[in-house]
Design a protein around this ligand. Structure first.
Ligand code: ZN
Length: 294
């Protein structure tokens, strides 16, 4: 029965349809149960007991199926997203300079922006943890956060923003091979050991997959992040670091969001103040891909 319903769910892809299907099947189960026990009419109290037990089993079953559907949807969004970061690579070059009339050759370090495909990172970390990539990436998240994230991403999908997921669970090892802005390995809300590790991840990095080119997808991601900022209360997720780490989202009732958005520390307030001195165009745009931290 579970398999049939799971398949049905993956076919329709709708949580609402799943619930309807679950209810219909639950009624079918109860009817079957009643028919089966009708022959023993002398013990009516047992019939109700059977009905209660079956509905209880059924709701647990539905709940598990719903979780499978949620996980599959999150995984499909992860799979459809290209895993490319722009990383900063220092490069040394020799340049000729003139000082006091003398020509000298000096070594200068310049920072180059290089595209990096990080598709290999999660499978490698999953293998190290002895899990399938889906169990590792999606299963490492806190179960209730998975539900919140699911509904938020569905809402973003419904308004045509085409959300995608680049990063979800990261254990301490995975955090060490992450690039860009990142917390200390064990302190990451993506699932560092200090935060509870596997099954307790409370962060995801989300972008938009809308657009043919990377520039178009970045513009779509920009729209998606702005939409999250204006609808975070309804969505239940928000961006704790705003444009300092644009794709990073977490529950708005979570510790990380509270630390950076509700009760910003002095350091953050200071950087905010500096930010206000910059021209608006420099503050808002572009939100560069190199901020991604996967
Ligand atoms: Zn993140």
């Amino acid at each position: 029965m579970s398999l049939v319903r799971a398949l049905y769910c993956s076919a329709c892809g709708s949580f609402g349809m799943l619930l309807l299907a679950g209810t219909a099947l639950a009624q079918a189960d109860i009817t079957t149960g009643s028919i089966g026990t009708n022959s023993v009419e002398t013990i009516p109290i047992d019939i109700s007991a059977v009905d209660i037990d079956m509905s209880a089993v059924d709701s647990v079953d539905d709940c598990m199926v719903a979780q499978i559907c949620i996980d599959r949807y999150l995984w499909s969004l992860y799979e459809r997203t290209r895993k490319i970061d722009t990383i900063k690579v220092p490069e040394q070059t020799k340049v000729t300079v003139k000082r006091k009339g003398k020509t000298r050759i000096v070594t200068k370090t310049i920072t180059k922006l290089v595209d990096e495909d990080f598709t290999w990172k999660d499978p490698k970390a999953a293998e190290r943890a002895g899990m399938s990539p889906m169990d590792y990436v999606i299963g490492g998240m806190d179960p209730s956060f998975r539900v919140t994230l699911y509904h938020a991403l569905r809402a973003l999908d419904d308004v045509g923003l085409m959300p995608g997921i680049t990063c979800v669970f990261r254990d301490d090892y995975r955090q060490t091979i992450a690039t860009g802005l990142k917390a200390q390995s064990e302190r990451s809300y993506h699932g560092g050991s200090f935060r509870g590790g596997y099954g307790h991840g409370l962060a995801a990095d989300i972008v938009s997959v809308k657009g043919e080119t990377r520039a178009e997808r970045l513009a779509s991601s920009d729209q998606l992040w702005t939409w999250i900022d204006t609808h975070e209360k309804e969505l239940g997720i928000g961006r704790p670091y705003l444009d300092r780490d644009p794709p990073h989202v977490g529950p708005i009732d979570g510790e990380e969001y509270a630390a950076h958005r509700v009760k910003p520390n002095t350091q953050h307030a200071e950087s905010k103040a500096k930010d206000h001195q910059r021209p608006r165009s420099a503050r808002r745009s572009p939100r560069r891909a190199e901020y991604a931290t996967c």
